[in-house]
Design a binder for this molecule. Structure first.
Ligand SMILES: [Zn+2]
Length: 537
């Protein structure tokens, strides 16, 4: 029996196409999902679109389309981008689809029956753009305008249904304090505790009156469910809540919800309380990631990405010019997942050329060319002789603690690497891979210069080449969740005995038992391998 692993990303508003900031969240989640699959988990990775919002209905109207047709088309476009980025989700949920609506109604009825929903009146300052009421404090601080939309807030009063959030204040505070893993990173957990301690939790308006687009309340069809309430419910309707209890029980509680830092409160205050109100468990972890900003290449200013500033970069633009792996590598390496990062074409080129083209790609093509040209594509002697490797290593490299030549050091590096992935410190993990294996391997290649050595000493050169192929094997396995296509291309360039689909991190930590001669199996054109990452510029 495999251990289940359930994870989600936030669901997106389909009122515009995904940009690099939207993609950033999915990338981090995808690394986690791929890593867990490699480690033997039964992974269920849920994504989706948040469609029951007036903004979406308005946008469809603007384009002269039916809301449903508009939502379905946007869902198709979103998934096209996610597939192009190799995001390995198992299910994509659309909140406008009938099954989700039906299961939502069951949930809200349960909460109502349990006595946590009551009818009341709500009056306050409302922003039609945000589709939410703003506090008096926000109204005063911003001269009566929405701080996001810079438009006047309007006074709005309406009968509504309240969710009794206040009833869960003590339980939630206790939960936050007793479960350090519940909100990550740590700084956001402290913020969430601080918020409850300072302001407390107030009951929440969860309905809208007289709207056509949305999910009707089962106990009062004049009202629709406030869009945030139904959006959160995708996390459980997506795994069978409401009609497949066996599947739901298998995957719930969720192992990690990946979300943007701006919606941390919804996920760590409202969401667990909603679940408790329906008699379900809170999720195990909410990971609240940072944002990607756009560095203006002319002024050097760091800007928020948005249509208004005309600085939107679409993932497809980067993927079609370079590759999905180049895109994935840049954001995972350059932007810390838990805090903020920046994108500029200039920096993209720098990172790509120095780490992917000159380092990883170059090492692979050099080794393949040498083995093909001088050894007919096969290095004689089947086993990887650690003693000889160490002799080669110390001959050309001064470090004795080298992860490449010392199995114990290597094992520790791989353990550390796994820990970094589990903590979503993807940039540190990639740095560790480069510093421990790829940078030293390139240095050894430079110092041993096998392209010269082969002319005088073919036997030693063969050992040097075996020594250089080993870090490529290790790196391919380490990088499998990060740059899946390239990692596979590297690994399958040689006849390593373990099939690619079955490799785990334990294989990276150990020396491989190579039963046959080590051979190049990559597809070659005139004795050369097609460059994995052709240099830019
Ligand atoms: Zn607003």
């Amino acid at each position: 029996m495999k251990q289940p692993w359930f994870q989600t990303t936030a669901i997106d508003y389909p009122n515009s196409r995904p940009h690099i900031g939207t993609a950033f969240e999915k990338l981090g989640a995808d690394v986690q999902a791929r890593y867990r699959r490699m480690e033997g988990y039964d992974v269920f990775f849920l994504m989706g679109n948040d469609e029951n919002t007036l903004k979406v209905a308005d946008k469809a109207k603007e384009l002269g389309q039916e809301p449903q047709a508009y939502c379905d088309d946007m869902a198709r476009q979103f998934q096209e981008v996610w597939k192009a980025l190799d995001i390995s989700y198992d299910c994509f949920i659309q909140t406008s689809h009938e099954r989700h609506k039906e299961c939502c109604r069951k949930f809200i009825q349960k909460v109502y029956d349990n006595g946590y929903i009551y009818k009341g009146n709500f009056e306050g300052w409302y922003c039609p753009g945000c589709e939410e009421f703003k506090s008096d404090k926000i109204y005063e601080e911003n001269g009566g305008q929405c701080p996001n939309h810079k438009r006047p807030l309007v006074r709005r009063a309406e009968p509504c249904y309240y969710f009794k959030l206040s009833a869960f204040q003590d339980r939630l505070l206790k939960h936050l304090k007793e479960n350090p893993e519940f909100v990550q990173p740590e700084s956001r957990r402290n913020e969430m505790i601080g918020f409850i301690e300072a302001e407390g939790l107030k009951d929440l308006n969860i309905s809208r009156q007289g709207e056509q687009w949305g999910i009707k309340l089962p106990f009062d069809p004049e009202f629709t469910i406030y869009v945030w309430f139904d959006a959160l419910l995708t996390y459980i309707t997506g795994i069978g809540y409401g009609d497949d209890r066996a599947m739901f029980d298998k995957y719930w509680p969720c192992d990690t919800h990946f979300i943007g830092k701006d919606i941390t409160r919804f996920h760590t205050h409202i969401w667990p309380a909603m679940l408790w109100a329906a008699g379900e468990q809170a999720p195990k972890k909410v990971f609240s990631h940072g944002f990607v900003y756009r560095k203006n290449e002319t002024t050097g200013d760091v800007e928020k990405i948005g249509k208004a500033l005309g600085n939107v970069v679409e993932p497809m633009e980067v993927i079609s010019k370079f590759s999905s792996d180049a895109f994935r590598y840049y954001f995972l390496r350059e932007c810390p997942y838990s805090s903020d990062g920046e994108f500029s074409w200039g920096r993209f080129q720098e990172v790509y050329n120095s780490e992917l083209a000159n380092n990883l790609g170059n090492l692979l093509s050099r080794v393949i060319t040498l083995v093909t040209k001088n050894y007919d594509g096969a290095l004689p002697g089947s086993s990887y002789d650690l003693m000889r490797v160490q002799t080669v290593a110390t001959q050309f490299y001064w470090g004795t603690e080298l992860a490449l030549a010392d199995v114990e050091t290597r094992r520790k590096v791989i353990e550390e690497f796994k820990r970094l992935i589990e903590e979503c410190k993807f940039n540190h993990a990639l740095l560790l891979c480069w510093e421990s294996f790829l940078v030293p391997a390139n240095r050894i290649a430079e110092q041993s210069a096998p392209w010269k050595l082969v002319k005088s000493d073919k036997a030693t050169t063969a050992e040097v080449l075996k020594f250089l192929i080993e870090p490529l094997r290790i790196a391919a396995i380490m990088l499998k969740p990060f740059i899946p296509k390239s990692a596979e291309a590297i690994y399958t360039s040689f006849n390593f005995p373990k099939p690619w689909a079955e490799v785990t991190y334990a294989d990276a930590a150990q020396l491989t038992a190579q039963p046959d001669d080590l051979r190049v199996t990559a597809e070659l054109i005139d004795g050369k391998v097609k460059p994995l990452f052709p240099r830019i510029g």
